[in-house]
Design a protein around this ligand. Structure first.
Ligand code: ZN
Length: 242
């Protein structure tokens, strides 16, 4: 079974469309999304419509919960809180209902999935080896998938030690030995210095993980962010992948 894993779309439809085109060329058996469909970006309803139709598993992220008024926006950065308020008003009833139906964790094919981490599926960032160690302790699955940090990463737990690294586009990993925690990176707002949209292809039979990046017309998303009066830094950062 081959699965395309995506995360953190953030209402960036042009990034999502580029990823979908690339994913379809790989003909995966399923698409799993690790959450944050909305927030920051200009087209939340379109991204929800796609996810409701096309994903087999879809998690809720902190920005989805923020847009549903299920999290205190005082815990968000000012720009993120402003975008969450805007998204609340923008979401149609059916897309709001779709987001309300989602959980922040799931398990399928022996793979454990969390928007953020096993310890805290909504908020904890797994960016270093300490947090990754705790994540491995908190779950027994051999393969763990997380999103949330917008940084494509791979951590290996083997013989009691945990080591990990940022995974640039093109990285391919053999996950047959040890336990692995993988973050596909972000579709709609990458923060690892590469502005291209990120996704992951997981071959569960061959035990291989393929980290991919694809270009998209980010100027169009920037224009849409500005047209809607969302905070300017949310547009500017897309050009830098930060
Ligand atoms: Zn996010």
């Amino acid at each position: 079974m081959r699965v395309a894993v995506i995360s953190d779309i953030h209402a960036n439809l042009h990034a999502l469309e580029a990823v979908v085109e690339a994913i379809e060329a790989e003909s995966p058996d399923a698409i799993w999304c690790l959450g944050d469909l909305v927030g920051y970006g200009p087209l939340p309803n379109d991204c929800c419509a796609w996810a409701a139709e096309r994903t087999q598993i879809c998690l809720a992220g902190n920005h989805d919960l923020g847009a549903l008024d299920e999290l205190d926006l005082g815990d968000f950065s000012p720009d993120a809180a402003e975008a969450a308020h805007w998204t609340r008003n923008e979401l149609t009833a059916d897309h709001r209902a779709f987001l309300e139906s989602l959980d922040s964790s799931a398990e399928s094919e022996g793979v454990a999935m969390f928007h953020a981490s096993p310890r805290d599926p909504v908020w904890e960032y797994v960016l270093g080896e300490g947090a990754a160690y705790a994540a491995f302790q908190a779950t027994s699955a051999p393969l763990v998938l997380v999103g949330h940090s917008h940084v494509a990463l791979a951590f290996l737990s083997s013989g009691g030690a945990v080591e990990g690294t940022v995974t640039p586009g093109g990285t391919e990993i053999d996950v047959s030995e040890g336990r692995w925690l993988l973050n596909p990176g972000s579709v709609g707002q990458p923060r690892d210095g590469d502005p291209r949209a990120a996704y992951l292809v997981l071959d569960l039979d061959a035990k291989r993980a393929l980290f991919r990046r694809v270009e998209y017309p980010l100027e169009r998303t920037q224009e849409e962010i500005r047209e809607r009066g969302l905070p300017e830094p949310l547009a500017a950062r897309l050009a830098h992948g930060l």
